[in-house]
Design a protein around this ligand. Structure first.
Ligand SMILES: [Fe+2]
Length: 329
């Protein structure tokens, strides 16, 4: 099914704009062109646009810098990146910043057509869901979220080692959030961010997810895509704070995590809390490749990684909770 729409092709190369314009117009899309970021913003402001095909390396502002601006100023416009840049960190960041797809140059026209068609179909579906949730049934958003929560529970229940993991991480995250005096709205976001932090694992090959031995670098990369898939999956149903908790829950405090671009206080506090709660819960649970650490061992490990992997303030708070529950036991 092809969804007709208005497309803006942003590329500094005349030939590429011309070829794409011709191909996409031929199948019924209404196309316009811009040769740099400034011209693109002017055209997006002047006329509502369904999708932007965006190059990265252009004179002036680059496409990956323009992408977040499009997302915040024109949230109903989808973006497909089409670029010769092959750096995986740049590609991952574009997807995290909301690009629907990333096509590498040299591309075939069929690749672009397929990507544009899928992105527009997805956009139409999201707009319909948003509209439906806004106008028709206020309770439906809750219904969808409950369905996703059940899906995560079922996914974890299939594996005795991870059963109940997200629920436990949520309880611990909220206990930390309360002690850090988060506002009620922030605790609500933290609740959903923690509960859905691993929702993207739905798309991960279960043989790799539950592999008893050590992961190869390729398998590790595959598993880590859950932090990109998850936010995209729940984006129509939750607010941006929840989306960024899920996106950044594997970021390291010192910036040294996988494909990570931000560090320290730039990482949302909710993500820093979920990161510590997630690791602490994993350390104190059995895994196929090791038995659970004792509480003192896990606390020592968390403190060893405070300042590198984890936010020291969050670790201190977690240690406080642990001391308190040990005293009460
Ligand atoms: Fe995760």
């Amino acid at each position: 099914m092809s969804v007709p729409g208005k497309i803006l092709i942003v590329d500094d190369e005349d030939t590429i704009r011309w070829v794409l314009n011709r191909k996409l117009s031929k199948v019924g899309y209404q196309c316009d062109e811009a040769e740099n970021a400034e011209q693109a913003v002017g055209k997006l402001t002047a006329c509502s646009t369904d999708l932007v095909v965006l190059d990265i390396e252009m004179p002036g502002k680059h496409g990956n810098e323009l992408l977040p601006e499009i997302q915040s100023h024109f949230p109903e416009t989808s973006v497909v990146m089409a670029s010769g840049v092959t750096d995986t960190r740049v590609i991952a960041q574009c997807i995290k910043d909301g690009a629907q797809d990333y096509i590498r140059k040299p591309f075939t026209l069929e690749d672009v057509l397929l990507s544009v068609t899928l992105a527009l179909e997805k956009r139409q579906l999201e707009l319909q869901i948003r509209e439906y949730l806004k106008n028709e049934r206020p309770g439906l958003r809750g219904f969808f979220l409950e369905t996703i929560r059940t899906l995560v529970n079922n996914l974890e229940a299939n594996d005795k080692y991870t059963a109940g993991h997200s629920q436990d991480v949520t309880e611990l995250s909220l206990a930390i959030g309360q002690r850090l005096n988060l506002a009620p709205e922030e605790l609500e976001d933290l609740y959903w961010g923690a509960l859905l932090h691993d929702v993207g694992k739905i798309a991960i090959d279960p043989r790799i997810l539950n592999k008893p031995g050590e992961l190869t670098p390729e398998e590790y990369r595959h598993i880590m895509t859950h932090a990109i898939v998850g936010p995209n999956l729940v984006q129509p149903l939750v607010n941006n704070s929840v989306v960024s908790i899920i996106s950044h829950h594997h970021d390291h405090y010192d910036g040294g995590g996988f494909n990570q671009l931000i560090a320290k206080e730039d990482i949302p506090l909710g993500a820093r809390i979920v990161s510590a709660a997630d690791a602490f819960n994993a350390m104190t649970s059995d895994r196929p490749y090791r038995t659970a650490m004792s509480l003192p061992e896990a606390c020592a490990e968390m403190q060893r990684c405070a300042g590198s992997q984890f936010d020291p303030r969050v670790v201190n708070t977690l240690m406080g909770i642990n001391r308190r529950s040990n005293t009460q036991a």
